[in-house]
Design a protein around this ligand. Structure first.
Ligand SMILES: [Ca+2]
Ligand SMILES: [Ca+2]
Ligand SMILES: [Ca+2]
Length: 410
């Protein structure tokens, strides 16, 4: 409110005192009649324009004599805007979900701008954003990717540079557990690399830790990482527990069953030698087989009496020779060898290798020549007997040759 006051005197009778006011742009605000109050002419009004205004007061008497006086005044705004209690809703809010900020701002004259400055839990500025007027309040909406208590300050300024602010806090949280997606379960051959992969697992924030736990050969094995590999050297069924932990400690788990089988036999061994060793013994020596689960060897010898290879000995994996005794002197024996693994898979046979025992053979009475002679004699006698008892052709009966007219050439 601006109060105008002027003292007007006249020799006779003051008739009318008016005030003409111009705004800072020279436009007429109005021409107003001043009222006589306690000996002075006054007028009071308010202005909605800022700046230097001018006015001219005209006084006239009843005879039409005029006089004027001029002046100027400044209208300014020194009152700051007034902010209501701000809201940040909802709080706590899930990370990456929208928070709506709202505040009421009033000012005696004109609100120029309302901004919100947001600071993350580490005290780092997230940004300074302009709020927009919607349904009578200044609002701003955004989401946050950092967990914890954030702070904000809302500043409202008017066109004269008067400011006021109000602050508040809100909390960003993560209550969403990860979702585990894992591969790696199944059946594998022993010694085959098993790859466990949880890289397709998801979380709304971040998976901080991935671990795979299982019992192996009596000990607990824990592998860390979204993709890991392990080679099982023992057959069996393994239960692998996957655990995912996000950055706030929420977890997800998955169980994988890994079946390790062995269907692969060792490679064939090879016999290096079968050499005599004392009376009635041959020492068979072989090159050991390099196999991860070699369990042993089976040595077989050709047995002439049964016309078959028959197992002589089953030997452990560390053994690479065998002394085969109780053999006849000066005789050739034939050996072959297989390797077998812990799952019972047996290799193909080695090549056959011969060895001759030392010593002199005591010739046993050999029936064969006699049997042959007797056989030959029996055949001879049979032939002669057949010839002797063969039926004769009766006289006069044509022979087959004569009946068919066959004449042998002379
Ligand atoms: Ca103001
Ligand atoms: Ca989460
Ligand atoms: Ca095997």
């Amino acid at each position: 409110m601006v109060d105008f006051l002027v003292n007007v005197t006249d020799n006779y009778q003051v008739n009318l005192v008016t005030i003409a006011i111009l705004d800072p742009e020279g436009l007429l605000v109005g021409n107003f009649t001043m009222a006589l109050v306690a000996g002075n002419y006054t007028y009071s009004t308010s202005f909605d324009k800022l700046g230097t205004h001018t006015f001219t007061i005209w006084a006239s008497d009843t005879s039409g004599n005029y006089a004027s006086a001029a002046g100027q005044f400044i209208v300014e705004d020194t009152t700051s805007p007034v902010l209501g209690t701000p809201s940040a809703s909802p709080s706590p809010q899930e990370v990456y979900q929208t928070i709506d900020f709202s505040v009421s701002v009033t000012d005696n004259y004109q609100v120029a701008a309302v901004t919100i400055a947001i600071v993350d839990p580490d005290g780092v500025s997230v940004g300074n954003f302009t709020m927009t007027l919607a349904a009578g309040n200044y609002t701003y909406s955004t989401s946050f990717d950092k967990l914890g208590t954030h702070a904000f300050t809302i500043w409202a300024g008017d066109t004269s540079g008067n400011y006021a602010s109000v602050g508040g806090q809100f909390v960003i949280q993560d209550t969403t557990a990860p979702i585990a997606i894992a591969t790696g379960g199944g059946t594998y051959e022993i010694g085959e690399e098993v790859v466990f992969d949880a890289s397709r697992s998801t979380d709304n924030t971040e998976i901080a830790n991935v671990s795979w736990t299982f019992l192996y050969q009596g000990s607990e094995v824990v592998l860390y990482g979204s993709t890991v590999s392990f080679t099982f050297e023992t057959t069996g069924e393994y239960t692998v527990y996957l655990l995912l932990v996000d950055i706030v400690g929420l977890t997800a788990s998955e169980v994988l069953i890994v079946l390790i089988v062995d269907t692969t036999p060792p490679s064939s061994p090879s016999i290096e030698s079968a050499l005599p060793f004392g009376d009635g013994c041959l020492v068979v020596t072989w090159a050991t087989v390099d196999d991860r689960d070699l369990a042993g060897y089976r040595l077989s010898r050709w047995n002439a009496s049964s016309n078959a290879f028959e197992e002589v000995a089953e030997l452990s994996a560390e053994v690479s020779s065998y002394r085969d005794c109780g053999l006849e002197p000066d005789k050739v024996y034939t050996y072959r060898l297989t390797a077998f693994d812990g799952a019972g898979n047996e290799s193909p046979h080695s090549f056959m290798v011969n060895g001759r025992t030392e010593g002199t053979r005591e010739e046993a009475f050999n029936l064969i020549p006699y049997l042959v002679s007797i056989g030959a004699l029996v055949i001879l006698v049979s032939v002669l007997a057949f010839l002797a008892i063969r039926p004769r052709r009766p006289p006069g009966q044509m022979s087959q040759r004569e009946a068919t007219g066959y004449r042998p050439r002379r």
